[in-house]
Design a protein around this ligand. Structure first.
Ligand SMILES: [Mg+2]
Length: 234
């Protein structure tokens, strides 16, 4: 190896060394940048974890856990109050909209939602359906309160009613759908409905829903909150 070759090799080594040092410097700077602020949740990663929650069976297990607790509660309390009643929400309580949520990758808009509701294709959530049937067996009056709007004037022809019946839900005392022009918040609307039920002499011993806005506001002896990591209704 001649002198010129040795010089060239030494220069290349220096360049490599400088590049490595620069890379370390850049990496340490970027690490500092990442550590400088708490990074908010990443929606792509959240969607993956929600899919894993469903696919692993954890969602089903959690639904069953809540319904099992409610079952024990019903057996212990169904005959403690006069005219016992139970309140159920619709979406992600009696019926599952997973097909809609998967179709739009957990997105939502009013138009696609109304299209989905009209199709009346939502499936029953089985642990909740068993709870509904147990309530009937124990002679507990059933009321359904939903933020869904009434689309058809004739209630029996409304797609929500058709969907519920298709999925084996019958025999409720009354269903409350949110009037189209209702300006009330969900908590206000649902609380008013429960107040109306109790004013007719019923005691709501159990209220089952997937949103806190289904459950807060009183007029119920016991609430049962089902899991819903898919959306939030204030
Ligand atoms: Mg709901």
């Amino acid at each position: 190896m001649n002198l010129e070759n040795k010089k060239t090799k030494s220069m290349s080594l220096k360049k490599l060394l400088i590049s490595i040092l620069f890379l370390f410097f850049a990496l340490s700077l970027s690490r500092k940048g990442i550590a400088n602020y708490p990074e908010p949740p990443n929606i792509g990663i959240l969607k993956q974890s929600i899919r894993a929650y469903i696919d692993s069976g954890s969602y089903q297990n959690d639904l069953e856990k809540v319904c099992n607790l409610a079952t024990i509660y019903l057996y212990e309390n169904y005959n403690k109050y006069p005219n016992p009643a139970a309140v159920f929400d619709v979406d992600e309580t009696l019926l599952s909209n997973l097909e809609y949520m998967y179709r739009y990758d957990f997105g939502y808009n009013e138009e696609s939602w109304q299209e989905w509701v009209i199709q009346a294709k939502a499936k029953a959530i089985n642990p909740v359906k068993k709870l509904y049937q147990l309530s009937q067996k124990l002679n507990i009056s059933i009321f359904i309160i939903t933020g869904r709007k009434q689309i058809i004037d004739k209630l029996d022809e409304d797609p929500t009613i058709i969907n519920l019946k298709n999925q084996g839900y019958y025999g409720w005392k009354k269903i409350f759908l949110k009037p189209i022009n209702c300006k009330m918040s969900t908590v206000e609307f649902k609380t008013n409905c429960r107040k109306e039920i109790e004013s007719q002499g019923y005691t709501i011993i159990m209220n089952v829903g997937d949103q806190w806005s289904d459950l807060l506001g009183g007029y119920s002896k016991q609430i049962f909150k089902l899991p819903n990591p898919f959306y939030y209704i204030p």
